[in-house]
Design a protein. Structure first.
Length: 160
């Protein structure tokens, strides 16, 4: 089935350049293929997904999103303090560690601060609290496979 615009259950290929409010580039697809995502399944930030609804191949946008339309505001409840002994290794600010949540899921936490024996782990997304600017263009559209729709994301090897 041919797809001519971005709608739910469409695999969308986009090229983009992402910057934060001070103009620092955070990510880009320059020099590589487009990012593919399954539209309508919360695989990209909410503001960008909403803005791309109805777009066609070749459409280009320059958009800025407030934190609530991106990764949300920073949540101090997502920071926890542990001791060096609890970590079992010498902590270094900027290191990402993995923790298992009570429900069995794994969570990545950033070592945000080390103060004596106290280590602060931060579970916020690194871009939480940031306004994000996207320069984005729609490069490709295709209908998602039934498997992609049931899983809620694009297969790593695209269907031909």
């Amino acid at each position: 089935m041919a797809v001519d615009s971005v709608v739910k259950d469409t695999v969308v290929g986009i090229h983009y350049r992402l910057t934060v409010s001070d103009g620092t580039e955070v990510d880009t697809t320059e020099g590589r293929g487009p990012l593919e995502y399954l539209h309508g399944h919360a695989n990209i930030i909410p503001g960008l997904e909403k803005a791309l609804e109805g777009a066609k191949v070749g459409d280009a946008f320059d958009m800025e999103f407030a934190p609530e339309e991106a990764y949300g505001e920073r949540d101090p409840r997502r920071e926890i303090e542990v001791t060096r002994q609890q970590l079992g290794f010498e902590p270094e600010v900027g290191t990402v560690v993995q923790a298992q949540l009570p429900d069995g899921r794994e969570q990545h936490l950033l070592i945000a601060r080390v103060d004596g024996d106290t280590v602060t782990l931060d579970g916020n997304h690194p871009l939480a609290g940031e306004s994000l600017r996207f320069e984005v263009s729609v490069a490709a559209l295709r209908a998602a496979t039934a498997g992609e729709i049931s899983k809620g994301h694009v297969d790593e090897v695209s269907a031909e």
